[in-house]
Design a protein around this ligand. Structure first.
Ligand code: SF4
Length: 593
C-alpha cells in the first residue's frame, strides 16, 4: 500500500515535522481534496490572508508521475485578492520533486524573522537567509538558486518576484522555467511570510508498479495522448489557437471587454506567433504533450553599439488576451515585452492586464485624471505607455500606481468606475465573452476562474441543450468532475483522456479497487461541499455576486446578457451547492481526522 507523507513547516521556529498522512489521502483522494481538508482544519477561525497564521498548503495526487499528464500541484491558501479561499495549480517539475522527496503534502505556517528561502531535501528542512535575493526579479532568483542549490535528484524551484515582496494581491509564484501558481495572490502570501523561494528536491524514487495491467494502461494512455487528435492541438498551436475562433465568433474580449472582436486579431493569433516567434515547445515533467510555447524576444540594451539580449518568453491564450486584445495591442513583440516585465515582477498577468484595462477606461471617462496618471494620457493600444506604467506600478511612483497592483475590485471601490469593473468575486475576468454560462462559471466557481467549470465551452455548445437549466446543470456537473480531476492533480488539458472509467482503471492497475465510479461521484459532492463550507466560513455569500453593469444588455454569441438571468442562475446553482454542503456536514460527523 502506498504511504503518503505530510511535511509541516513552522517558520516561527524554523522547524518541520514529517508525518504519515495516508488516511487523509484515503479519505480525500489527494490534491484539492486533501489540501482543502487540511486548510479547513487549520482555519477553524478565519485569519487575515497575510497574517503569519494563514497557512499555505501544497498537495499532489495519488496518480502523479505514475501516469502521463498527471503533472500538477495544487496550492490552497487564503487569497489576499478575493479575501476568500484561494486555489491555484502549477505544473513544471514541482509534482515530480514532491513525489521524489516523498512529501505529498506540504504545509507552511508562521513567518520567518528575516527574508529567507526554504530548502527541502527529502524530509529535511533548511531555512536560508535571502537578504541578497530580496528585490531580485523572479527570473534572476531562479538563475541564482539553480546554481546555488543543486539539491538531490529531481529539483523544483518556486519563487516570488518584487510584486510578492510588496504584498501585491496580484502577485504570483513562478515555478521552474515558466509555470505559475498564477491567480489569487499566492505570491503575496509567501512574501508576507518573508519567503522568497522554495527549493525542493528528492531522490527517493519509488519503483513503478510491475504488473501487466499497469503497463497496458500506461501504454494505452500514452498512445492516446501522443497519437490521437485529443491533445494534438495543445502541442501544435497551444491555447493561442483560440484567438481567431473567439474573434470571429465575437467572443474575444477587447478594450476592457467593450467588444468581442479585435481588428488586430490576425497579428496576435496562435498562427502568427507560431510562424514568427515560436522557438520551442516544452513540457511539464511527466507529460509527453509539450504545450508550453516559448517565443524568442530580443531586448536592445545598448542601442548605440547594437547590443541585444535574447529571452525565451512563454505565451498562451490568456496572456495574449490580457496584454493584447484587451489593451488593444496588436504587436506581438510588444506583448512579449510586457509579458517579460510581468514575469520579472511576478504578477499574475490576467489580473494585471485586467487592471490596466480598467485604468485606461477610468481615465477615458474622467474618473481619474492627470494627478493620478502623473500626466500620462492613458489610451488603449499604446504599448510604450503600458510599459512605462508597469515601471510606475513597480516603483509605487504615486498612490494611484501603487493601488493598481491591488486589482480591479479594490481600485474601482476606491476611485469609482464599478460600472465597468470586470471582475467576479474580486478576481479579474478570464478572456471569454462567449455568454452567460462563462460569466456564471466565473462567479459561481470556487476560484472565480474559467478553470472551475469552463462555462465558455457550454456557451459554445448551447444549441445542444434543451433549456438554460440544463446548461446550468452541465456547469454544475463539470464543477463536480473537476473536484476529482483536481484531487488527482491531472492537467485539465487531459480531461477527455481521463474519463471516469479510465480513472477507475488507473486505480485498478495500482491494485486499488475501492475507487469505483460511485465512490468518486460521492466524493466529488463532498469535496465541492467542503470547499464552499470553507468559502462561507471566510465570508462568502451568494448575495455578493452580481453581473457588472457594463454587461447589462451586452450581446454575446450565445445570448444577450441580463441581470435577472444571472441572478436566476446564481439562485439555482446555490441550491445544488447547499445540498453538497449539507452532505459534507453529515459526512464530516462520521470522519475523524
Ligand atoms: S499539457 Fe501542457 S500544461 Fe498540461 S501537463 Fe502537458 S505540458 Fe503541462
Amino acid at each position: 500500500m502506498t504511504k503518503y507523507y505530510h511535511l509541516s513547516i513552522d517558520l516561527d521556529s524554523s522547524t518541520s515535522t514529517c508525518q504519515d498522512c495516508t488516511q487523509l489521502f484515503d479519505e480525500w483522494l489527494g490534491g484539492t481534496g486533501v489540501a482543502t481538508k487540511l486548510f479547513s482544519e487549520y482555519c477553524l477561525k478565519p485569519c487575515e490572508p497575510l497574517s503569519p497564521d494563514a497557512p499555505v498548503i501544497f498537495a499532489i495526487g495519488p496518480l502523479n508521475i505514475i501516469f502521463p499528464v498527471m503533472t500538477k500541484t495544487v496550492a490552497i491558501f487564503h487569497s489576499p485578492l478575493t479575501g476568500n479561499l484561494g486555489e491555484s495549480h502549477a505544473g513544471g517539475r514541482l509534482a515530480l520533486a514532491m513525489f521524489e522527496s516523498q512529501n505529498h503534502l506540504i504545509s507552511i505556517k508562521g513567518k520567518a524573522s528575516y527574508p529567507s528561502y526554504i530548502v527541502i531535501e527529502n524530509h529535511q528542512l533548511r531555512i536560508e537567509k535571502a537578504k541578497s535575493l530580496w528585490g531580485f526579479s523572479a527570473t534572476s532568483t531562479e538563475r541564482i538558486l539553480r546554481n546555488k542549490e543543486k539539491g538531490l535528484g529531481k529539483r523544483s524551484i518556486m519563487r516570488i518576484g518584487p510584486a510578492g515582496e510588496r504584498l501585491s494581491p496580484l502577485a504570483c509564484v513562478t515555478v521552474d522555467s515558466s509555470r505559475h501558481f498564477g491567480r489569487l495572490g499566492l505570491g503575496a502570501v509567501l512574501g508576507s511570510k518573508n519567503i522568497k523561494a522554495i527549493v525542493i528536491s528528492g531522490n527517493q524514487s519509488l519503483p513503478v508498479p510491475n504488473n501487466k495491467t499497469y503497463t497496458k494502461e500506461y501504454l494505452k494512455l500514452h498512445q492516446t495522448i501522443t497519437q490521437s487528435t485529443v491533445m494534438k492541438k495543445y502541442h501544435d498551436l497551444g491555447t493561442p489557437m483560440n484567438v481567431l475562433p473567439l474573434h470571429y465568433s465575437g467572443a474575444l474580449p477587447t478594450r476592457n471587454f467593450t467588444q468581442g472582436f479585435f481588428e488586430g486579431a490576425s497579428h496576435i493569433s496562435g498562427e502568427a506567433f507560431a510562424e514568427n516567434d515560436l522557438v520551442q515547445q516544452i513540457s511539464c515533467a511527466g507529460c509527453p504533450v509539450g504545450c508550453i510555447h516559448m517565443a524568442s524576444h530580443r531586448e536592445v540594451y545598448d542601442p548605440q553599439n547594437h547590443m541585444v539580449k535574447t529571452f525565451k518568453v512563454s505565451y498562451d491564450y490568456e496572456l495574449i488576451f490580457a496584454l493584447g486584445s484587451n489593451l488593444s495591442i496588436s504587436s506581438r513583440s510588444e506583448i512579449l515585452k510586457l509579458i517579460l516585465e510581468c514575469e520579472r515582477q511576478g504578477w499574475d498577468i490576467m489580473s494585471l492586464g485586467g487592471t490596466l484595462a480598467w485604468a485606461t477606461e477610468a481615465y477615458r471617462k474622467g474618473i481619474i485624471g492627470a494627478k493620478e496618471s502623473m500626466g500620462e494620457h492613458l489610451r488603449f493600444g499604446d504599448s510604450a505607455l503600458y510599459h512605462r506604467i508597469l515601471g510606475y506600478i513597480s516603483q509605487h511612483a504615486n498612490p494611484f500606481y501603487a493601488d493598481l497592483e491591488k486589482g480591479v475590485a479594490y481600485c474601482s471601490s476606491k476611485y469609482g468606475g464599478k460600472e465597468f469593473a470586470v471582475h467576479f468575486g474580486g478576481n479579474e475576468a478570464p478572456g471569454y465573452l462567449t455568454g452567460m454560462n462563462a460569466f456564471l462559471g466565473f462567479a459561481l466557481g470556487v476560484r472565480h476562474s474559467h478553470l472551475d467549470a469552463a462555462g465558455y465551452d457550454i456557451d459554445q455548445k448551447s444549441a445542444q441543450f434543451a433549456s438554460k437549466t440544463d446548461q446550468l446543470l452541465a456547469l454544475y456537473r463539470e464543477s463536480l468532475e473537476r473536484m476529482i480531476f483536481n484531487s488527482l492533480t491531472a492537467c485539465l488539458f487531459s480531461r477527455k483522456v481521463y474519463t471516469s472509467d479510465q480513472i477507475v482503471r488507473c486505480f485498478q492497475a495500482l491494485d486499488d479497487t475501492t475507487k469505483t465510479k460511485a465512490y468518486l461521484e460521492a466524493l466529488s459532492h463532498r469535496i465541492l461541499g467542503l470547499k464552499f463550507e470553507c468559502k462561507f466560513r471566510l465570508g462568502f455569500s451568494w448575495d455578493s455576486l452580481s453581473l457588472s453593469q457594463c454587461f447589462e444588455g451586452f450581446s454575446t454569441p450565445q445570448s444577450v446578457l441580463r441581470s435577472e438571468d444571472f441572478k436566476a442562475g446564481v439562485s439555482l446553482f446555490s441550491k445544488w451547492i447547499d445540498e453538497d454542503r449539507k452532505l459534507h456536514r453529515k459526512a464530516a460527523t462520521l470522519i475523524r481526522f
